[in-house]
Design a protein around this ligand. Structure first.
Ligand code: MSP
Length: 507
């Protein structure tokens, strides 16, 4: 299948993006770029979830009309994603007309098919988590049972529209049993399956007398429950219903944090089945970024220790690329990952400044000094083809298993290997053996091309800069560049264009 569809959750724009939301977006970007490099046609969707009570409240606090506020916030998200080199193909906003039409179409269709019915609801609602809580789940204090939230709840007593989630229990069990790879990691898959087996109840899918939101098409006293509206972004973003790009849908990867898995693994596939569509092919679920004391980083709790917006505005590109690299390298994807600015500096210096950056400088300097900035393919290659294909195989295996940290490690090993080749061959003593020096440098340059094409999905801007010094950045432009053919058909020479320190050390 040549098409791949990658999504992030759409974020509530009630405050600036922080390092946690950036994490999901960076992982999704890494995968989008990885698949593009392997010749896939990728559609990467991200955006903002705007029809939420807490977004409206945030606007009111600032005395701004809600629409003006969400317009401003959507621009801030876009700006930050741009600085982080996020290569999304579309930025969806749930206040966009086409999305509103799709959300209403979906609601209407579910109603016509008999999956939505009206009934009385009495219970509690958390504006912050946008979640209905039945009284049975609460203690005396009537605060949100989500331990990360614990905010006071609002009582809801109203006629409401319900979705027949209970109808899908058996279908979902069957689907998940037949598709054991549909959720990564396995622990989350097991969790979802046992949750479904415990029994599914119908859920409320509307709110009464709430102004901000998408109207229920056949009953304007109601708005569509924001999670139903938000989940449909994944199909409105690719043209559902009238211009639906089904091939993307068949190959969708939803990337998200563990906090919202049930919405995606239980409610969303049920809605899709009710519409006559396939459940998402794969849910890729990561843990939380936490403070070193293991507190979730969020707007309300742990605080954004990177102060993302300031970090992005006050630092140059190589440090922003360093942040992308650090988040992919640290910890084990899928589990909670404690992060800190100290660790960021440590990893930036050891892997980027002192390792790959230094390797590039050494090679470029030797070629400038001793070979008048040019190297050619003269004799047959000695060590690079074998080394390259070994690294490629391992690297691909790790990425396909979402082991991003190990994928970064293998690139650093590759770089260590090339540094060792330099130590062993002592090119600075080859001034009078130009051919030998040329051959060694040619292979080392191919090694650099390997390193920076592998690093490209993690640190696009810096990889481009690195290959630009070797006169070969065009390699990264090719939309369907086939990584495995690199050394077989391609490069005949290198001409050094410039020499700049790619990753100045952080003191
Ligand atoms: N609007 C909903 C999602 C609707 S998708 C149909 C929402 N938005 S959110 O702004 O709260 O973003 C939640 C997502 O942000 C999480 O699922 C996760 O991907 C990311 N993260 C937020 N805090 C995070 C961490 N501390 N660590 C890692 N990811 C974090 O829920």
């Amino acid at each position: 299948m040549s098409k791949v569809y990658i999504t992030t959750p759409i974020y509530y724009p009630n405050s600036d993006p922080h390092v946690g939301t950036a994490y999901t977006t960076i992982v999704a970007d890494f995968l989008a770029r990885y698949y593009r490099q392997r010749g896939k046609t990728v559609f990467y969707l991200t955006g903002t979830d705007e029809n939420s009570v807490k977004v409206e409240e945030a606007a009111q606090k600032l005395n701004k009309p809600t629409k003006q506020y969400v317009d401003e916030m959507a621009s801030i998200f876009r700006e930050i994603w741009q600085k982080l080199n996020i290569s999304y193909d579309k930025f969806i906003r749930t206040t966009d007309d086409y999305h509103i039409q799709t959300a209403q179409f979906v609601f209407q269709k579910l109603y016509e098919k008999g999956y939505i019915y009206k009934s009385y609801y009495e219970g509690w609602y958390c504006n912050s988590c946008e979640t209905f809580w039945p009284s049975s789940k609460l203690g005396d204090e009537k605060v949100c049972p989500n331990i990360e939230c614990r905010k006071p709840l609002t009582i809801v007593k109203e006629d409401n529209y319900f979705f027949k989630l209970s109808d899908f229990q058996e279908k979902l069990i069957k689907y998940y049993e037949q598709n054991p790879d549909s959720i990564f990691p396995k622990t989350r898959y097991n969790e979802v399956l046992s949750f479904i087996k415990m029994g599914l109840q119908d859920i409320s899918v509307s709110r009464k007398n709430i102004e901000w939101g998408i109207k229920v098409p056949f009953d304007p006293n109601y708005t569509i429950y924001v999670w139903i509206d938000a989940l449909t972004n994944y199909i409105s973003g690719i043209g559902y219903p009238y211009n639906f790009e089904e091939e993307y849908w068949q190959n969708v990867y939803h990337i998200m944090g563990k906090d919202i898995i049930r919405f995606h693994a239980v409610i969303w596939p049920s809605i899709l089945l009710a519409l006559g569509l396939e459940p998402p092919k794969k849910l890729i679920v990561h843990g939380w970024l936490t403070t070193p004391e293991n507190k979730k980083i969020s707007k309300s709790t742990g605080g954004d220790i990177f102060k993302l917006r300031e970090f992005i505005s006050n630092n140059p590109e190589h440090m922003i690329m360093g942040l992308r690299y650090y988040l992919l390298k640290e910890g084990s994807f899928g589990e909670d990952i404690p992060i800190s600015v100290e660790r960021y500096v440590q990893i930036y210096n050891s892997d980027l400044a002192n390792n790959v950056g230094n390797l590039l400088s050494r090679i470029v300097a030797l070629i400038q000094k001793n070979l008048e900035s040019k190297v050619y393919k003269k004799s047959s290659l000695e060590f690079i083809p074998t080394l390259y294909s070994q690294v490629l195989k391992e690297y691909n295996k790790y990425v396909e298993n979402f082991e991003f940290s190990k994928a970064m490690d293998i690139i650093i090993d590759f770089s260590n290997h090339l540094n060792k080749k330099i130590e062993e061959n002592r090119p600075w003593e080859m001034k009078n053996q130009k051919d030998k020096l040329n051959d060694l440098m040619f292979e080392l340059c191919l090694g650099l091309v390997g390193i920076f094409t592998f690093l490209y999905p993690a640190i696009p801007y810096s990889s481009y800069q690195a290959l630009n010094q070797l006169g070969l950045e065009k390699i990264l432009d090719k939309a369907s560049f086939n990584v495995s053919d690199l050394y077989l058909d391609g490069i005949e020479s290198f001409e050094i264009r410039s020499r700049q320190v790619l990753f100045p050390a952080i003191k």
